[in-house]
Design a protein around this ligand. Structure first.
Ligand code: FAD
Length: 474
């Protein structure tokens, strides 16, 4: 029977250890992807991620087809679907790159058992991370709770392995098992179709991922260390969704950046961010239900404020009256992505100024980000909230106006995403309430609804957050 390659977070053909092993075995190859919304394995994808997945599967399918193999698409509980594929094809082996969330690992173990019962050999590989969680340990043989020593230990392990080349030809299995048509998986939004801004911004799939990496190394990498915190400069790699779906591997990114013509400082700064991803996955793999449980359990007692749905909606849609927050939330809504510095600011605003449970923000990001990641998203929300591993202390409350002055001094980013403020000067863009007459005049010109006044007083809400924190600490 064929060798089944089960694709999950690795929608690529180059540097794909499981696919490589399948091709090298000489047996016919049967590639499979399962869209599983059952909640028994992977966390069901949000809407923006489903849009991305559709296009990524289209690209993967075409790439496999060109090489000689047909991608089988299934829908349902992955355990059931893989069982059916193994049985109908009489598979001799099942190969896959590993996943790390607790529910994913448990599902993989169930699948392994049933495959072995059916007489198929099972093997899994490290494809999505530079190290297996648990392989980077401190002097006492324990996992790291803090990032910096984790990163140093990762660096001491030396260069990660070289990426594997893509197979030129794949001997596709000639038999047939049922495959859904991609369109029938209903991954794309229908009415209304809100994906226009995403389609303008992104090219999902392996080719697009490498184009993005090439462009980043050529045009932006050398500015990365100095300007990565400036949303208008926009010098970060924008590889996050490509990495999340595994359209390129961290090995490919690491080696490309390590070999680039850039200063040591720049390279290290970038590789540090890649290592945060490793750190978040290390945390996820310990079995935390990261999107539900506070890593620091004392936050279970945090006195969150009652949610005013209108205010929550204003945050979601970028109408809080705080320009940098609104610019970020509108960038997210329109493109499915937000600059990292601004993610920290909008998250701090929700968790501290509005004092809403971080899970509400995590859930909104999960639904709207194209890079919504089961490790990074909850880990970074908890980082902002102060409840995470190696988190920012809760009492360090960002002032979103000061952050705007500091990282978007001319208000260019604000002007791009909040057109109501475009005609104001730099100070007015950051603090429109100080220039009510100009604001009214600016709104008249655009025909847009008037820009709102702040939904919350920054000073008073900061104090309320600190009081709530003191209350939690008892
Ligand atoms: P670059 O600066 O070019 O970084 C390169 C890669 O390193 C990224 O693609 C990403 O894979 C990784 N990385 C960068 N910063 C971080 C970080 N702080 N933590 C973990 N990994 C990082 N990142 C996600 O990939 N998915 C998420 O769902 C996600 N949610 C976030 C939520 C909040 C509240 C915050 C504050 C951050 C979140 N991040 C998330 C981290 C970070 O904002 C994004 O990875 C980054 O903005 C993506 O842009 P980039 O690819 O241009 O990043």
């Amino acid at each position: 029977g064929p060798v089944v390659v089960w694709f999950r977070d690795d929608l690529r053909v180059s540097d794909h250890p499981a696919l490589r092993a399948a091709v090298d075995s000489g047996a016919p190859v049967l590639p499979v992807y399962v869209v599983d919304d059952s909640g028994h394995g992977a966390r069901p994808l949000g809407a923006a991620s489903r849009w991305w997945l559709h296009h990524s599967l289209a690209a993967l399918s075409a790439s496999l087809e060109k090489r000689g193999a047909r991608l089988v698409l299934r829908e349902g509980d992955a355990e059931e679907e893989i069982r059916a594929v193994l049985r109908r094809s009489g598979a001799s082996r099942l190969l896959m790159d590993r996943r790390y969330a607790a529910a994913e690992r448990e599902q993989d173990q169930r699948v392994q058992r049933l495959a072995e019962q059916a007489g198929a050999e099972v093997e899994s590989f490290t494809g999505s991370l530079l190290h297996e969680p648990g392989a980077v340990l401190n002097g006492d043989g324990e996992r790291f709770g803090v990032f910096s020593p984790f990163f140093r230990a990762l660096q001491r392990q030396g260069d990660p392995r070289e990426p594997l080349p893509a197979p030129q030809r794949i001997a596709g299995w000639e038999g047939s098992v049922h495959s859904e048509a991609l369109d029938d998986l209903r991954l794309l939004p229908t009415s209304p179709d809100w994906s226009g801004g995403m389609a303008e911004t992104w090219e999902p799939g392996e080719k697009g991922a490498h184009r993005r990496l090439d462009g980043f190394v050529r045009d932006h990498l050398r500015h990365y260390a100095a300007h990565r915190d400036e949303p208008a400069a926009d010098v970060s790699s924008r590889l996050s969704a490509h990495l999340k779906f595994g359209e390129l591997s961290p090995y490919q990114v690491w080696h490309r950046v390590a070999a680039a013509d850039a200063t040591e400082e720049v390279r290290t700064k970038f590789l540090t961010e890649l290592a945060w991803r490793e750190f978040d996955y290390d945390l996820l793999e310990r079995g935390h239900a990261l999107e539900q449980e506070n890593v620091h359990r004392q936050f279970d007692r945090f006195p969150w404020a009652d949610v005013d749905q209108d205010v929550l909606r204003a945050w979601q849609r970028g109408r809080t009256g705080i320009p940098l927050v609104d610019a970020g939330m509108r960038q997210l809504w329109h493109t499915g992505w937000m600059h990292n510095r601004v993610r920290m600011v909008v998250a701090s605003f929700l968790v501290k100024n509005l004092r809403y449970d971080w899970r509400l923000g995590e859930q909104w990001f999960w639904d709207t980000l194209v890079d919504a990641d089961p490790a990074n998203n909850p880990a970074q929300w908890q980082w902002v909230a102060g409840s995470g591993a190696d988190a920012a202390p809760f009492f360090r409350v960002f002032n979103p106006v000061t952050q705007g002055h500091k990282f978007d001094p001319a208000g260019e980013y604000i002007a791009e995403w909040v057109p109501e403020l475009r005609d104001l000067d730099a100070k007015g863009r950051q603090e429109p309430w100080t220039v009510p007459d100009d604001l009214a005049a600016a709104a008249e010109g655009t025909g847009l609804p008037a820009y709102p006044s702040p939904v919350v007083d920054l000073k008073a809400s900061r104090q309320a957050a600190l009081d709530a924190y003191a209350e939690m600490r008892g």
